[in-house]
Design a protein around this ligand. Structure first.
Ligand SMILES: Nc1nc2c(c(=O)[nH]1)N[C@H]1C(S)=C(S)[C@@H](COP(=O)(O)OP(=O)(O)OC[C@H]3O[C@@H](n4cnc5c(=O)[nH]c(N)nc54)[C@H](O)[C@@H]3O)O[C@H]1N2
Ligand SMILES: Nc1nc2c(c(=O)[nH]1)N[C@H]1C(S)=C(S)[C@@H](COP(=O)(O)OP(=O)(O)OC[C@H]3O[C@@H](n4cnc5c(=O)[nH]c(N)nc54)[C@H](O)[C@@H]3O)O[C@H]1N2
Ligand SMILES: [Mo]
Length: 763
């Protein structure tokens, strides 16, 4: 379908009438069975359902409408009245569907029947659930007898704690820790980085801290599109006069100003609240240098204060009592040259000194971050560097202060909490084994990158996907897709059709499941599930809508049936009882993780959720040194583009305001002024001129890596944009073809999606 394209600078606040208009495009008339208010009124409420979009906290005292533009879009997308039926699959071959866009595939609506791929007709054909489970079980049993490590169990971060717990148990009973999940492409740099620095793999901030903070430092997260409900917390902080100091290469509207669409007064007067008080357009990959500059300026302020007999700027009592490695870190910072800091960060000394002055004046600082830090070669070091900054003034384990990684999928953090981890050290395997009567595998499993490598080299034979769009979300499409076709078994548990379902293996099943908004009826009645939000609070969620099709099964039921069909009988795991009554799974979770889940079945109903205990909040450091660690990075530049040579640009892969990961709701990136297309390349005016290109002209991106693969993405319309020189931006997942598989964060293996080295060719 041809769409008319409009590119126009957008300078309205986030929220406001723009969000209402954007929402209306996705509600009635659009094939959406959506009686707006009644269902939305239950969103993120104690007795309602947890939003299927982002993981931001759900307050104990919710607003009348506790949803945002994008949360409402996600709800509408799941509740669509369109259906992807067996008749649809009869009309279209898989080869034909492979030519469809991500948007058009999912826009066909909810999957209704279990389907099996038939290579002879190149079509999906209906299959009964019993046949599907029997065949999947047979194939998994056969593979297990050769090599129990040849199957992989992927999760996208949406499945509930109950399903996730059952799923990790299935993988371990099968005989491996091959549990990659979407966080391997996302906040794994956080899990690795924070664990080494402060002894917990998650953020330390609770919602209440926002009311007490004196300053917020905000790195590489696009709140306006990706966690809009957080804008309420930022707005309240801003109104109290709290400075918000932002580091982001792009002028993201949600980080600039906000009109609360739920406030009639603000809407009528268009009275916007400023969000960022200072905005530093750091170069992609330049955060280590930027933070080093702030730290250097803080050390200088501390020296000055000492010389004048004034109050010290660094929190020395905290540093001495609670940290390790401070002196080495401070010595490293002192030795850095401002020239190097400026060149690597793309920022000027004066701006960094001003940021340091704001930081020094505030007693309690919250440090927020997202993919702009984690998706780099030095993504883990980026996270540690932010911790170093926090530790200099004791901003961990103090009311109103702490680290706040903003998680992606609504339960991605919780999945890790209940054992979805390729690293078995993170799971109490002894207890798990004793509880369920087996000897858990101890060898490290495959993460997302290792899974891709295993698919390419043929050692991975089977892939089970609990949600998500693996093939589309990972790097290096041109290498992954052909290799995928050699898999013996590909099983995709999903709500909507996507590209991963079309890149088939030798045997391929597409199994449709209930979404979280739907009523999940089992033998003991409708079931509730639980999820953990970004701020480590665990909530109940109860489905509200009739299922999209009578043939759907719950995710837990599907996992249980696959487990029963593929594993040897085990009298200590009663899968059927778990499916009948999910509270029994919660009892099992409580038994495996007694500290986190004490009294789980009762506390899940607490308004606002119940927080997991976090040692670092109480300044107990579960690290190697027993202290919070200052860790010195070995490079100021976090990116792969560092040594890529003359003329190489840093490509930032971006989400639009009209997508949730690979789910493309539409073609309108309102905040960046792009309408009708996703095939754009954001460039700085000077780079456009220097390369002899033209605003509105067409360009091809070519990955600047000489490894024998030609990676390119053409047909992009050049859009002049306020982006640092030497950086450019294009949308994910389209740009994933450009990312080499081995370009990932060194320690966490998160693909380095925020500064891909590219050359730009005209045409
Ligand atoms: N509506 C909606 N909500 C979502 C999602 C969605 O796709 N749509 N996705 C969900 C998921 S899974 C996740 S992980 C989160 C993702 O949410 P974010 O963490 O916000 O991820 P991105 O949208 O990739 O944007 C990262 C931001 O980092 C900036 N950036 C890029 N490179 C750098 C850098 O080197 N340094 C700094 N300081 N900044 C940089 C970019 O300009 C951008 O503003 O959102 C979740 N919520
Ligand atoms: N270049 C680049 N690549 C990236 C990123 C980037 O910023 N740049 N971001 C990365 C990040 S942060 C992430 S998290 C990954 C995302 O990777 P994934 O989590 O694998 O992908 P999603 O797009 O979230 O998955 C969407 C699909 O999930 C299915 N689904 C939706 N709801 C449900 C449900 O309730 N149950 C089940 N079973 N299925 C459901 C639907 O079929 C839908 O098509 O992508 C990563 N890839
Ligand atoms: Mo994510």
């Amino acid at each position: 379908m041809r769409r008319s394209i409009k590119i126009e600078r957008y300078d309205q606040p986030a929220g406001g009438w723009g969000s209402v208009k954007s929402l209306m495009r996705h509600i009635p008339g659009n094939g959406v069975a959506f009686s707006g208010p009644p269902i939305l009124a239950k969103q993120n409420k104690p007795e309602g359902f947890s939003c299927v979009s982002c993981a931001w906290a759900k307050p104990a005292r919710p607003h009348a409408a506790e949803f945002c533009e994008n949360g409402a879009k996600a709800t509408a997308w799941e509740l669509t009245s369109s259906r992807t039926t067996p008749e649809f699959f009869a009309r279209h071959t898989v080869s034909e569907l492979l030519e469809w866009s991500d948007h058009d595939l999912e826009a066909e609506g909810r999957l209704t029947h279990p389907m099996r791929y038939d290579p002879t007709s190149d079509r999906y054909v209906p299959v009964t659930w019993d046949e599907a489970f029997a065949e999947i079980g047979g194939e998994l049993r056969r593979l297990r007898s050769h090599d129990p490590k040849s199957a992989v169990f992927y999760t996208s971060g949406r499945a509930s704690l109950e399903t996730s717990y059952a799923y990790q148990l299935m993988a371990r009973l099968y005989g491996n820790n091959n549990l990659p999940d979407s966080s391997n492409m996302c906040h794994e740099s956080t899990s690795v980085g924070l664990k080494a620095s402060i002894g917990v793999p998650v953020g330390t901030v609770h919602l209440d801290d926002f009311n007490k903070t004196d300053a917020i430092f905000f790195f590489g997260q696009n709140v306006g599109s990706n966690s809009p409900r957080m804008l309420h917390d930022l707005q309240e902080a801003s109104r109290r006069g709290v400075p918000i100091v932002t580091f982001n290469p792009l002028p993201e509207r949600g980080l600039i100003e906000f009109v609360n669409p739920q406030s009639p007064v603000e809407m009528l007067t268009n009275n916007a609240t400023r969000i960022s008080s200072d905005y530093h357009k750091v170069r992609a990959g330049g955060d280590i240098a930027a933070i080093a500059g702030i730290a250097k300026a803080l050390v200088a302020l501390d020296d000055e204060a000492k010389a004048q007999g004034a109050k010290e700027v660094l929190d020395w009592p905290f540093i001495e009592q609670h940290t390790h490695g401070a002196l080495e870190f401070i010595a490293w910072v002192r030795d850095l040259a401002w020239d190097d800091i400026e060149r690597n960060s793309g920022l000027e000394r004066q701006g960094l000194e001003e940021a340091a002055a704001v930081y020094a004046r505030a007693d309690r600082v919250i440090l927020i971050y997202g993919m702009g830090l984690t998706q780099h070669r030095l993504g883990v070091e980026n996270v540690r560097m932010l911790v170093n900054l926090a530790l200099l003034r004791g901003n961990v384990g103090k009311l109103g202060a702490g680290l706040c990684p903003v998680r992606g999928h609504s339960n991605v953090q919780g999945q890790r909490t209940v054992g979805i981890a390729d690293n078995p050290d993170l799971v109490p395997l002894d207890r798990l084994g004793e509880q369920h009567g087996f000897e858990p595998p101890r060898e490290r499993g495959l993460d997302t990158i290792a899974t891709c490598e295993g698919v390419i080299d043929g050692s991975v034979r089977a892939f089970i996907g609990l949600g998500g769009n693996f093939v589309r979300a990972v790097p290096d499409k041109s290498r992954i897709e052909p290799a995928w076709r050699k898999l013996d078994l590909s099983v995709q548990i999903a709500t909507k059709l996507n590209r991963s379902h079309l890149v088939t293996g030798k045997t391929t099943f597409l199994l449709p499941c209930l979404g979280r908004i739907e009523i999940d009826r089992q033998r003991t009645g409708p079931q509730a599930v639980t999820i953990e939000d970004s701020l480590t609070c665990i909530h109940a969620s109860r489905g509200q809508r009739e299922p999209a099709s009578p043939h759907l099964l719950s995710e837990l039921k599907i996992v249980a049936e696959i487990a029963k069909a593929s594993l040897p009988a085990n009298p200590q795991v009663d899968w059927d009882a778990w499916v009948d009554d999910y509270s029994l799974v919660r009892d099992a979770i409580e038994q495996t993780f007694p500290d986190d889940f004490a009294d789980f079945n009762r506390r899940m109903w607490e308004p606002g959720g119940f927080p997991r205990p976090l040692a670092a909040r109480g300044r107990v450091w579960e690290t190697d040194s027993g202290k919070a660690n200052f860790l010195v990075p070995d490079d100021l530049d976090a990116s792969f583009a560092k040594d890529a040579g003359e003329g190489v640009m840093r490509l930032i892969t971006l989400r639009s305001n009209d997508q949730f990961n690979t789910t493309v709701y539409g073609y309108h990136d309102r905040f960046r002024g792009v309408d009708g297309t996703r095939d754009v390349l954001f460039m700085n005016r000077k780079d456009i001129d220097r390369l002899g290109l033209r605003d509105g002209g067409t360009a091809t991106l070519v990955t600047a890596v000489d490894d024998g693969s030609d990676r390119r993405l053409g047909g992009l319309r050049i859009v002049e944009y306020d982006i640092p020189e030497g950086c450019c931006g294009a949308y994910y997942p389209e740009a994933n073809v450009l990312i080499p598989l081995d370009h990932h964060a060194r320690e966490s293996h998160v693909p380095a999606a925020k500064s891909v080295p590219v050359r730009i060719e005209a045409g």
